[in-house]
Design a protein around this ligand. Structure first.
Ligand SMILES: CC(C)(COP(=O)(O)OP(=O)(O)OC[C@H]1O[C@@H](n2cnc3c(N)ncnc32)[C@H](O)[C@@H]1OP(=O)(O)O)[C@@H](O)C(=O)NCCC(=O)NCCS
Length: 172
């Protein structure tokens, strides 16, 4: 289930990133506390924007009412109908299909609620699970950016995906 992230001010946010040795992440977080501060600031920034361009939502395991990750849709500019999406789960929660469910919900939110025309997503080429999820949802691979980012001592390729509103509706 997706919901507003900052519903309860004292609520513990899930640790969204794998440990710092996981090379699929762009940045190695300094520590858990600063990571949570960053995430909370990102949530707050989105919620306070007028007009709003960033919709960063929490992913909650419905049965236990437990926060397990976050996902978001970001408009290219205020009022734009073009946006990109992203999602991440706490590592303990991987492999149960939650990310697929959340990604589907955030794309649907973009088309159904925000009235988007196009949704895009980018993932590190080595991140096979993230790419698999995007393809499962019907996003088409529209680009392979070779060695576009440098971090953790090496260059990384990224994959670019996109889907148009009519393609999304046809798949449903
Ligand atoms: C990417 C991420 C969200 C995936 O979470 P997850 O819980 O494993 O995702 P799900 O269980 O919903 O689905 C993963 C899918 O990828 C598949 N998969 C996993 N590893 C794979 C691999 N090496 N090759 C191909 N497919 C793979 C799984 O089989 C599953 O597909 P299926 O449901 O058809 O069997 C999680 O690893 C994460 O949070 N990573 C850090 C943040 C990140 O990279 N976000 C993506 C940026 S867009």
């Amino acid at each position: 289930m997706l919901r507003r992230a900052l519903r309860q001010s004292g609520e513990e946010l899930p640790r969204p990133h794998p440990d710092e040795h996981d090379e699929r992440r762009h940045t190695a977080p300094d520590n858990e506390a600063s990571e949570r501060r960053h995430l909370r600031a990102a949530y707050q920034h989105g919620e306070e924007q007028v007009p709003r361009t960033k919709f960063q939502l929490a992913i909650e395991a419905r049965a236990e009412r437990r926060l397990i990750g976050n996902c978001g849709v970001r408009l290219a500019a205020p009022g734009s109908r073009v946006a990109d999406v992203g999602y991440e789960l706490a590592p303990d929660e991987w492999g149960h299909g939650y990310a697929t469910e959340a990604a589907r919900a955030i794309v649907a939110f973009g088309f159904d609620t925000l009235g988007l025309h196009r949704v895009a997503a980018t993932c590190v080429a080595d991140n096979a699970a993230a790419a698999h999820i995007l393809e499962e949802l019907g996003l088409r691979r529209v680009g392979h950016l070779r060695e576009v980012a440098h971090y953790k001592g090496r260059w990384w390729d990224e994959l670019v995906y996109g889907i148009l509103e009519d393609e999304w509706r046809t798949r449903r």
